[in-house]
Design a protein. Structure first.
Length: 243
């Protein structure tokens, strides 16, 4: 772990991590907005169109073709950053993880108190009867996955044009407001309303990212580097810089 970051965490009692796709790219999961991200790949429709509620309703089969191909990375494993946050939770330091990711890797690493702002690919429900289905029901399907009642099985992910879960938002806001250190990592802070949650922070703000973010100017600390290097106990030193 970066020495300055370790000192910062050690001096804090209630740490909350707010993260985005950058923490999962080190596990081999593609992000959206980087140079090699999904938004820069060529499809019949832009990914942000495919991953919208209206597209899901109007072109359901095409939605699932893309979803199965690009959104289900089920062989991915937690990396050093995921494991470090789970370890900090066991030590009583990290009280919550607030994530924009839908891959479930924080829980797989061992984190318990996780607020998934955009849902999870691991949970799916019938739009007609509400029956729960695991991810394999979608992964192993062809065309439109159907419930035993005939309804469409929809992933529990928040699509564009859909609202965030109010209970998840409330829990995330309470955790962020109560913290004395908010670590923001691996996110461009470009997606609202999720990005606006950092405004509720109750303590110091540290931004951990490979590239500059809109929050750098108001952060108390900025650390540039990969999250695995900055947070992991078995990686390099990273490059910390106090602001």
């Amino acid at each position: 772990m970066d020495a300055k970051l370790r000192e910062l965490i050690d001096s804090s009692e209630n740490v909350v991590f707010f993260g985005g796709a950058g923490i999962s790219t080190e596990s081999g999961i593609p992000d959206f907005r980087s140079e090699d991200g999904l938004y820069h790949q060529k499809y019949a429709w832009p990914p942000e169109t495919i991953l919208s509620h209206s597209f899901f309703v109007a072109h359901t089969a095409d939605f699932f073709d893309f979803y199965r191909d690009k959104m289900l990375c089920l062989t991915a494993q937690p990396n050093r950053a995921h494991l470090a946050l789970a370890r900090l939770e066991r030590q009583g330091k990290c009280r919550a993880v607030v994530t924009q990711n839908i891959d479930g890797l924080h829980q797989k690493a061992g984190s318990k108190n996780v607020f998934e702002l955009h849902g999870s690919v691991l949970r799916n429900h019938c739009t007609r009867c509400g029956k729960f289905y695991g991810v394999e029901a979608v992964k192993n399907s062809t065309g439109i996955p159907r419930c035993s009642c005939g309804g469409v099985i929809k992933p529990d992910v928040v699509l564009y044009e859909e609202g965030l879960d109010s209970e998840v938002i409330d829990g995330a806001v309470r955790a962020i407001a109560a913290c004395d250190l908010l670590l923001v990592g691996g996110t461009s802070l470009a997606v609202y309303p999720a990005a606006g949650l950092i405004d509720y922070r109750g303590g110091r703000l540290a931004v951990l990212n490979k590239t500059p973010t809109p929050a750098d100017e108001r952060a108390d600390f900025v650390f540039h580097g990969s999250l695995g290097e900055l947070l992991g106990d078995d990686g390099g030193e990273g490059a910390g810089a106090g602001v």
